[in-house]
Design a protein around this ligand. Structure first.
Ligand SMILES: [Zn+2]
Ligand SMILES: [Zn+2]
Length: 379
């Protein structure tokens, strides 16, 4: 004969009676039931839950130590997003930040950048400028949210968005696109900043000739940002950026084939942040997709893969540039395609990605993840 047990619970004012028949598996069921019941009904009203929630609110909302990066005398490079246009559960689309001496600069802002930047506790209200390398969506999709978030979180100065010819048109569109949101939030009293700062200020610069760099931005304490052309046709113009500050230099490639002009401006750079696509894996991708001639999505993906390989660089291309230019540290970003989960990454995709790189480049090599942080001492 099975035993019978009656359980009585009180959740707020509701009294619950449960009648259970005890069988062999009943102890485990009871434990599971208790766990679910306590977590859903009782625990949320306890002192511990209250304490944990308030602690998390402080952690998510208060000013963070990363604010110190603006004034600690170092140059901080953060790869906010390191992914490609394709969905990658570990990576947002491409974006890189440089923080130093009162300057907080963003280079590109693909989809997910604003979420990632907030998660990484970057000092959003201190953002000084956003630089665009070119207008592919994976480089600009989140510029509207970066402008909006930095304003909503307290930015009290104008935010220039700078880039190649076409930037003013893009920024006008961004301002129009976000205008309703800015009005609503302003009326609602969100944040504490003037609505005039909700709009970005577009600034564009004529395309410089090869081996000519154009000064695009002068930041605080002597920081300078130059643009130069890279090779990403049919996307034209496409810029790379050279950031110089206190004798240090950082180069950001944007999207490019192997580019002599990029090599020219990377001469003796401390850091080269270079895009890279793993052409070996994309070739395997083509070997698979060719077996499905009637599958439209496979064929579209295959066509894209072929085009992508043509106007991007391989890890080896970037390494050769870094070696010839005598770059000290090479940081790979815009990683295409995904490197996959830990085991695949460790034993298959990263070794494939880096194949031959150590033969041609003798400096430091880093495959950046989202939120990767690198410090350069300037003294
Ligand atoms: Zn791209
Ligand atoms: Zn591109």
């Amino acid at each position: 004969m099975k035993k019978q047990i009656t359980l009585i619970f009180r959740c707020k004012s509701v009294k619950l009676n449960f009648v259970l028949l005890l069988q062999k598996s009943t102890p485990k069921l009871l434990i599971g039931f208790f766990y679910l019941f306590i977590s859903s009904c009782s625990f949320h009203n306890t002192y511990i839950a209250d304490h944990l929630i308030k602690k998390q609110i402080v952690k998510n909302t208060s000013e963070h130590s990363e604010r110190n990066w603006l004034s600690d005398g170092k140059i901080h490079l953060i790869t906010i997003g390191t992914g490609s246009p394709r969905a990658d559960e570990k990576r947002m689309q491409t974006s890189t930040a440089i923080i130093t001496d009162g300057n907080f600069l963003i280079f590109d802002a693909g989809s997910g950048t604003s979420i990632a930047a907030e998660r990484q506790h970057l000092p959003m209200d201190q953002m000084n400028a956003i630089f665009i390398t070119h207008f592919h969506s994976d480089h600009i999709a989140d510029v509207p949210m970066m402008v909006n978030s930095s304003w909503r979180l307290g930015r009290k100065h104008n935010l220039p968005v700078l880039g190649p010819e076409g930037t003013i048109k893009v920024v006008d569109g961004i301002n129009q696109f976000m205008s309703f949101d800015a009005t609503y939030r302003h009326k609602n009293g969100d944040g504490n900043s003037s609505i005039s700062f909700a709009k970005a200020i577009g600034k564009e610069i004529p395309t410089p000739n090869e081996k000519v760099k154009s000064l695009l931005f002068e930041g605080l304490n002597g920081l300078k940002v130059y643009c130069f052309t890279v090779s990403h046709s049919p996307v034209e113009p496409a810029f790379g950026y050279l950031i110089q500050h206190k004798g240090k230099s950082i180069v950001i490639s944007g999207d490019t084939r192997k580019s002599e002009n990029l090599e020219y401006f990377s001469e003796n750079a401390d850091i080269l942040v270079h895009e890279a696509i793993n052409k070996q894996i994309l070739k395997k991708f083509l070997e698979v997709t060719v077996q499905y001639p009637d599958d439209t999505s496979m064929q579209i993906a295959a066509t894209t893969a072929v085009r992508v390989m043509d106007y991007h660089s391989s890890p080896l291309d970037a390494a050769e540039i870094a070696q010839k230019a005598n770059v000290k540290t090479l940081v790979y970003t815009h990683i295409t395609p995904t490197l996959g989960p830990f085991l695949a990454r460790t034993f298959i995709t990263v070794p494939m990605f880096l194949e031959g790189v150590s033969n041609v480049y003798k400096g430091e090599v880093i495959i950046a993840d989202d939120g990767f942080h690198y410090e350069l001492n300037t003294r």
